[in-house]
Write a protein that binds this ligand. Structure first.
Ligand SMILES: [Zn+2]
Ligand SMILES: [Zn+2]
Ligand SMILES: [Zn+2]
Length: 455
């Protein structure tokens, strides 16, 4: 099993912010204390540095990639990519990237920082793996207490990425999304599944969801790779959330899911949770005994699930299983309904989604129209128009075209034409982008300077 540690000493939102370097330092101490790095099963890798192109393969950064990131971001992603390479080359069979800053709230268009995230580590790793090794079917299980809204958004129209997130109900916690009706776009129905749990859910409830929903679906769908978007903030001592998950609960979860790669997301109880949870996860993933790993104040039976909570979770699992089992029928119905809302003036069969995105850390409001140009033989290309209101520093608007890696030649050509057309038009955008994944070419046009650059 491979590990990368990258605590990012020089990156912080503010000195007292809960997302800070100590999150990894206590874990590192505990790993030394347990002697984990002396075990032949565990190898530590040095983080690499991701390229700007790796980031442009996923994100449209406004105004450009460099302005949205620091070296710490490139190294956090780079750590994930080093482990991904080691895994695919067969040097290791499991990997855990203990890196920060986190990434799962970063969406495709990036105007700033949301939920402590600028760029999405898992999404960048997925597109890297697909481009370099030709992987296609990938599952992401988001075990962070917050809904992985960024990862969901990036893969919402991708039928080859299955995204399952369990989290504390969005009515009670940031980012306020992740409900059961969010199921993926018309070409990727039931490839997004959300399990919003009640505050106070314990090991018992989370393992009920695993055993009765997540594991059977993973078994049936047969992904080529499973990623755990591993947040430790479901822990009962986490200061930002209200769940009652334990280190043993987390370790057993990783033993059962057996992800190929885990990537650290949130978790803010830096002394009382993270060292134990992370050590438990490492031991479980390495196939070693983790039964002794526990928090000093934990004992079995410390928390008992309320009858209401048990009932709620059971109903939720039943409802989502039904969606999964009837997905073809429901997807057809969904497509027929969406068809009624086709836009006037848009050629062919398109699906449009309006989004209002708030960047809590940077206090930016974004309005976005995302249009999927549906295709009978491929996932179709996307066009996005986005305007961000930054308050003090004004507005920025962008038009972007994203051509998926597995687009058919016709959609690839149409996508490139949409970019050329946007360059010609007098529409008022500050920046125009093209993400041509089949060609691995990423263009950006600065309208004020009339300058095109490419990665
Ligand atoms: Zn989650
Ligand atoms: Zn979180
Ligand atoms: Zn197509």
């Amino acid at each position: 099993m491979g590990l990368v540690f990258f605590p990012a000493f020089d990156w912080a939102i503010s000195p007292t912010h809960p997302e800070r370097e100590e999150r990894l330092l206590y874990t590192k101490d505990q790993i030394f204390e347990e002697g984990l790095l002396d075990l032949p099963e565990i190898v530590e890798y040095k983080a690499g540095v991701a390229t700007l192109k790796d980031i442009a393969r996923v994100h449209f950064c406004v105004p450009d990639v460099k302005s949205q990131i620091t070296d710490a971001h490139l190294i956090a992603v780079g750590g994930c990519l080093v482990l991904a390479d080691a895994l695919l080359k067969g040097e290791i069979t499991k990997a855990f990237a203990l890196v920060r800053p986190p990434g799962h709230h970063a969406m495709r268009v990036v105007h700033g920082n949301r939920g402590f995230c600028n760029i999405n580590n898992e999404a960048i790793m997925i597109e890297y793996l697909r481009k370099k090794y030709g992987l296609r079917k990938i599952a992401v299980v988001d075990t962070d207490v917050h809904h992985g809204d960024g990862t969901q958004e990036i893969f919402y129209h991708d039928p080859d990425v299955l995204f399952i997130s369990f989290h504390q109900d969005g009515r009670t916690l940031y980012p306020g999304s992740g409900f059961t009706h969010e199921l993926g776009g018309p070409g990727a129905f039931a490839r997004t599944l959300n399990v919003p749990l009640l505050p106070g859910t314990t090991d018992e409830g989370i393992h009920y969801v695993l055993d009765n929903l997540i594991l059977p679906i993973l078994k049936e769908w047969q992904p080529e790779l499973v990623i755990n978007s591993a947040g430790q903030d479901n822990h009962y001592t986490d200061p930002l959330a209200n769940m009652r998950f334990s280190a043993q609960g987390y370790a057993r979860l990783n033993e059962k899911i057996s992800p190929d790669i885990a990537v650290l997301e949130g978790g803010y109880a830096i002394e009382t949770a993270l060292p134990y949870v992370n050590v438990g996860i490492i031991l479980a993933m390495a196939g070693l005994d983790y039964s002794h790993v526990k928090e000093p104040d934990y004992y079995p039976g410390k928390f008992k699930e309320s009858a209401e909570c048990v009932q709620y979770t059971r109903n939720l699992v039943r409802q989502l299983r039904e969606v999964w089992e009837r997905q073809e029928e429901l997807a057809a119905k969904h497509r027929a309904e969406e068809g009624k809302f086709r836009l006037r003036g848009e050629p062919g069969n398109v699906y449009q989604k309006y989004k209002h995105i708030y960047y809590d850390t940077d206090q930016i409001e974004e309005e976005q129209h995302e249009t999927v140009h549906l295709c009978p033989v491929c996932p179709g290309y996307l066009t996005i128009s986005s305007t961000a209101n930054r308050g003090w520093s004004g507005r920025a608007s962008a038009f972007a075209v994203s051509i998926p890696l597995y687009a058919c030649p016709k959609c690839q050509e149409e996508g490139r034409r949409a970019y050329a057309k946007a360059l010609d038009s007098k529409r008022n955008h500050d920046f125009i982008y093209l993400q041509d994944k089949p060609l691995d070419e990423y263009r950006r046009f600065d309208c004020a300077r009339k300058q095109e650059s490419s990665l």
